[in-house]
Design a protein around this ligand. Structure first.
Ligand code: SF4
Length: 571
């Protein structure tokens, strides 16, 4: 059995306990929703004493299964007011597994200790706490550099940037990647502010191994199936290795789904300038990297390392969603400017999707013009100085839109939409509406050609049965979040079948297809119940009104799936 570490940085108390038999088949998103349901009152203040941060590996997290180093981080969100699980890559998952940990539960309230901040150093059998007030306003790259010097270059670091320390609702928890750079983020929902409210600036996972080794019912089979699946994924996902997730820019633009100028269009005249092809060209010419894994054991390698014009490192993991939200959505057709904003967000610990949409509503208000790159750099200064405007921006798209009197605010449950226009990608629109997480493509992205477990794929402009397809893809995606695999392995029946073999080889227990799908289905059900008790009911399951009324010019599309249908998704 793996261990559950419970710690309180304010009091300096901690305990290691074996996971219970009941928790053995829970992991990642399902363990988070179970702990929150059992231990956190749904009406708890997100930044108060009663909330908790849970960092969890999946059921087979940190094993040799492909992409199993992902971590789920969760708590009650200060952005949505509901339950939140944010999924992140990087090396922390692998380190946690080596330390024999299944989950870390962070409790406490920094207010009781005058907001003192700590560094938490986790070793295989002890936890050390170090004062960190001097690092409070330091940015993520600098803090990580210092911590790796002190604790060793093979340590993994989980860190909160200035945005979280200042309790911005748009604040992330960053995790170091295989280069030791804090480029991977549990980005959505403002969890950085929650971890900071527990008095934690950073958690360092030591490069140590637990005394007990990982137990397997049939190690030979586990290894064989993992190797076979890895080989298959490495071959079938070459587009991600060659162009990163930015490979989607041109196809989404063609489909009218690439968010442009605060969702006023679905295609961008400078799409070529911010495309995967352009990113690839810049990476090759400037000595960047393509086909980069965010953690060891990923055969898909979708990540990128992006250099500036002089060949110096600018940012890592420049993703489709960042390019869409910060780029086309703000009328910015310059990959270098987008990369600079991405680096700024990585340094301060801001979700690039929320931030890009926030700037979009600022532009819509007329405070700066669409495409005004200098204007955006000026807004970054406001955040750096933590001015009143900077604080407003840090509260995210919903608050900023309201403060500036904007009517077209692209949020669901107060969380901003990612870079897929729901009028052009209707299944993803259903996911934005119905996911307990708020508008979140990672909860179930219904890209063209994707099928569910019983529902065939549907053209993304069609309306019929999209609600069924979204439900099935949300359930399959949640399965990935529960077992601890990156969803790029595929939210598909093929994944379910591989998991059935792996779970049998790991635990000696048979899992039918339905039982595996139920791992996802039951988690979503539990999350929705938490939200309902927190006051977030079906009335919140809707897109902003303009998506139902304003046509996307290129294809004359509105979001026309009736509420009666979206209400059926998880009824
Ligand atoms: S596919 Fe991409 S995001 Fe997923 S684990 Fe691999 S590098 Fe990380």
């Amino acid at each position: 059995l793996k261990k559950i570490l419970r710690l309180n940085a304010v009091t300096g108390k901690y305990s290691f306990k074996d996971e219970s038999e009941e928790w053995k088949y829970l992991g990642g998103r399902s363990l988070i929703s179970t702990i929150l349901t059992q231990e956190v009152n749904p009406w708890a203040e997100p930044l108060g004493d009663m909330n908790k941060i849970i960092i969890s590996l999946g059921i087979i997290g940190g094993t040799m299964a492909p992409c199993s180093g992902r971590l789920s981080i969760g708590g009650k969100s200060p952005l949505t007011g509901g339950i939140k699980e944010a999924n992140v890559g990087g090396t922390a998952g692998v380190r946690m597994a080596a330390l024999g940990l299944k989950a870390i539960i962070v409790e406490g309230d920094s207010i009781t200790n005058n907001n003192q901040l700590k560094i938490v150093h986790i070793c295989k059998d002890k936890v050390e706490f170090y004062p960190a007030n001097d690092l409070a306003e330091k940015c993520n790259y600098e803090v990580v550099k210092k911590l790796r010097e002190k604790f060793g270059k093979k340590s993994a670091v989980i860190v909160v940037g200035p945005a979280g320390i200042r309790r911005y609702s748009n604040s992330t928890i960053a995790v170091t990647d295989i280069d030791g750079i804090p480029s991977r983020h549990a980005a959505r929902g403002g969890l950085g502010a929650v971890l900071a409210s527990k008095g934690v600036k950073a958690i360092v996972l030591a490069d140590e191994k637990a005394d007990e080794s990982e137990e397997y019912y049939d190690f030979t089979t586990f290894k064989k199936v993992s190797f076979e699946w890895m080989t298959k994924l490495a071959k079938s996902k070459s587009v991600l290795q060659n162009y990163g997730t930015a490979n989607l820019i041109l196809p989404m633009n063609e489909l009218g789904c690439l968010i442009t100028r605060n969702f006023s269009s679905g295609s961008f005249e400078k799409a070529n300038e911010i495309s995967g092809e352009k990113l690839r060209k810049n990476c090759i010419e400037r000595g960047g990297k393509l086909g980069h894994p965010c953690h060891p054991g990923c055969p898909i390698r979708c990540s990128t390392v992006y250099m500036d014009e002089n060949g110096n490192h600018l940012t890592s993991a420049l993703e489709y969603e960042t390019i869409g939200c910060v780029g086309s959505n703000c009328g910015i057709g310059n990959l270098d400017t987008i990369a600079k904003i991405d680096r700024f967000c990585d340094e301060y610990g801001l979700d690039t999707m929320e931030f890009g949409d926030t700037i979009g509503v600022v532009m819509e208000s007329g405070l700066i013009e669409f495409g005004d790159e200098e204007g955006v750099l000026g807004l970054l200064e406001e955040i750096k100085k933590d001015t009143v405007l900077g604080k407003v921006l840090g509260q995210g798209t919903g608050v900023t839109g309201k403060v500036l009197g904007v009517r077209r605010i692209p949020v669901v449950k107060n969380q901003s939409l990612s870079a897929y226009d729901p009028r052009g990608l209707k299944g993803t629109g259903v996911t934005y509406i119905t996911s307990p997480m708020g508008a979140d493509h990672t909860a179930g992205n219904v890209l063209p050609g994707r099928a569910g477990y019983s529902q065939p794929s549907i053209h993304p402009h069609e309306s019929n049965d999209q609600y069924k397809l979204s439900r099935e893809i949300q359930e399959l995606t949640t399965v990935c979040d529960v077992v601890g695999l990156c969803f790029f392995v595929g939210a598909t029946l093929e994944t379910v079948d591989y998991l059935s073999q792996l779970l049998k080889a790991k635990f000696g227990k048979e899992f039918t297809r339905q039982q595996i799908i139920d791992l996802g289905r039951n988690t979503i059900k539990q999350e929705r119940e938490f939200n309902r008790k927190a006051g977030i009911n079906e009335a919140y399951d809707k897109l902003p009104e303009f998506f139902y009324k304003e046509k996307l010019a290129q294809y004359n599309l509105v979001f026309d799936i009736p509420k009666e249908e979206t209400d059926k998704v998880f009824a």
